[in-house]
Design a protein around this ligand. Structure first.
Ligand SMILES: Nc1ncnc2c1ncn2[C@@H]1O[C@H](COP(=O)(O)OP(=O)(O)OP(=O)(O)O)[C@@H](O)[C@H]1O
Ligand SMILES: [Mg+2]
Length: 499
């Protein structure tokens, strides 16, 4: 039965994963017709609490009450039936199916005579729902032809088709462009006016302030603060999250910038890189801005030998280098932290330690054996350096929270001790305290004379950390600006405006 209003109360929820207590006595309530932000550091237990609400995990203690009735979900299907939908941190749509097929997946409409799937009805209901909500999506479009922002809308349509009363969004904007994010905010506000509850998990404080009515903060598996957002500001929220004040968010930049170390000269590839030339000096942090799809990741992939160079060349320390494969790049002392940790970063079923030493095995190689004590020692050292929260370095990477998985990757490349380091969106999904740590780490690396290319979609961090900012648009470099001599508006303008 669908609940009437969706008044939710989760009481004293306990969840244990082996040695890790992910949630202890977490008590959390929401009001219908509100956006409720759920904040907390990486590994605080946000996703776990919401996976319990949506039937993915069963709690080890506590109860869930909705509209004064105690409920228990054995699987996500039961939660969906009760009006609870969750949009995951990593979207999971079937890429080779159409929009309407995804929306009705597992729940297809069947016509009685003849007994077949009623495609026409499914298409028309999808179109109707799009119309009601003002979504510009073709029901028969293939998922793989859609942008990430559109995919998210399909996930929402799925929830709305199931008559959701509570929609959980786990870091929904982490891979959206700015304009897609703004559209999503408008949709979220519309859904709230329709009386739905949106539980909104985000590490981006500006979004939380812009959107939420209420907020709850999780710390170490417990809700440590909850209430109306009007009674809190960013610094009180952060204080609840990390248990202390956060100052010096961006480190002061005063490293000495040295000689040119890396040079890209007219780089071209068939996959979105058109005559890109730039250099990075020793001790310099060079940012790369641009909208999603501008070709920044493609530049990084081309340098690292992941996609073919069709013209142009590169130099390291003024000597030409040929990189045909990532192994060449690693040998030459180039590191690439990829933006998509799930697809191209981690092997999630392998232990964290293996993930960290993968490109660094020469450091633990003893001809016929791997020196496991050295591996352990390295992982502990670099794990500590990025303050990763794991039960054990040998735990599988997928048992870590999203942000902690990202930290494993950062640790991997610190271990590699490369001279030219490319960081592609290193702070994606990372909490505010850990972001600060990453900024300080970049600064330390620069102080150690490394050359750093820092790709990011968040202008504040580019301006807070970089000496220079390169701007990409449609595969081309359209700006090379000294940070101190430019403004975020100028960078946005270059990134977005067509000549
Ligand atoms: N399937 C699992 N097996 C073992 N441990 C897990 C599992 N899922 C989560 N954990 C652990 O539970 C804790 C809470 O994780 P959770 O994913 O809920 O954090 P989170 O608040 O969503 O963090 P993030 O902001 O990084 O996404 C972490 O210590 C994590 O390692
Ligand atoms: Mg999470």
């Amino acid at each position: 039965m669908t609940p009437q209003t969706g008044q939710l109360h989760m009481e004293k929820i306990l969840k244990v994963f082996g040695p890790v207590t992910a949630l202890k006595n977490a008590t959390f309530s929401t009001r219908p017709g509100t956006v409720h932000a759920l904040c907390g550091e990486n590994g605080a237990g946000k996703s776990t609490l919401m996976k319990i609400l949506s039937g993915v995990y069963q709690p080890d203690g506590g109860k869930i009450v909705m509209d004064d009735r105690e409920i228990e979900f054995k699987n996500p299907g039961q939660a969906l039936d009760a009006g609870i939908s969750m949009l995951y941190q990593e979207l999971d749509l079937a890429e080779d199916l159409t929009v309407y097929e995804n929306i009705f997946l597992g729940n297809e409409l069947i016509s009685r005579i003849p007994l077949v799937v009623n495609r026409r009805e499914m298409i028309s209901r999808t179109a109707e729902l799009c119309r009601q909500n003002g979504f510009d999506i073709q029901p028969t479009a293939m998922i793989k032809s859609l942008t990430l922002g559109q995919c998210q809308i399909v996930e929402l349509l799925k929830a709305l088709m199931r008559k959701a009363k509570i929609i959980v969004m786990d870091e929904p904007t982490s891979s959206l462009t700015e304009s897609e994010a703004q559209r999503l905010f408008k949709i979220v506000k519309d859904l709230r006016t329709q009386g739905l509850t949106i539980i909104y998990i985000s590490h981006r404080m500006e979004e939380v302030i812009q959107l939420a009515d209420d907020i709850s903060v999780l710390r170490d598996g417990e809700i440590v603060a909850t209430g109306s957002l009007a009674d809190m500001n960013i610094s009180t929220i952060v204080k609840h999250m990390v248990g202390r004040e956060l100052d010096d968010f961006f480190p002061p930049r005063h490293t000495k910038i040295g000689e040119i170390y890396f040079q890209a000269i007219g780089l071209k590839s068939n996959e979105g890189v058109q005559e890109v030339s730039f250099d990075v000096r020793r001790g310099e942090i060079v940012g790369m801005a641009g909208l999603v799809g501008a070709g920044r990741t493609e530049v990084a992939r081309t340098i690292f030998g992941l996609q073919q160079l069709t013209a142009g060349h590169m130099k390291l320390d003024n000597k030409p280098v040929k990189i045909k494969h990532p192994s060449d790049a690693i040998k030459k002392g180039i590191a690439l932290l990829t933006e998509d940790r799930k697809r191209s970063g981690l092997c999630t079923i392998l232990p964290c330690s293996w993930n960290m030493t993968l490109p660094n095995y020469t450091q633990i190689n003893m001809k016929y054996f791997l020196k496991l004590s050295k591996e352990r020692q390295l992982c502990e050292k670099f794990g500590q350096k990025v303050s990763v929260k794991w039960s054990h370095p040998n735990a599988p990477a997928n048992s870590l929270s999203g942000g902690n998985q990202q930290k494993i990757l950062v640790g991997r490349w610190l271990m590699a001790n490369s001279e030219f380091m490319i960081f592609d969106e290193p702070t994606r999904g990372i909490d505010i305290g850990a972001k600060k740590e990453i900024y300080h780490l970049l600064n330390e690396l620069a102080a150690e004379n490394k050359a750093i290319l820092f790709i990011s979609s968040e202008l504040p961090e580019l301006f807070g950390v970089c000496d220079r900012i390169l701007v990409m648009r449609r595969g081309r470099l359209v700006g090379d600006l000294k940070t101190q001599e430019t403004t975020p508006e100028k960078v946005m303008h270059l990134a977005a405006v067509e000549e």
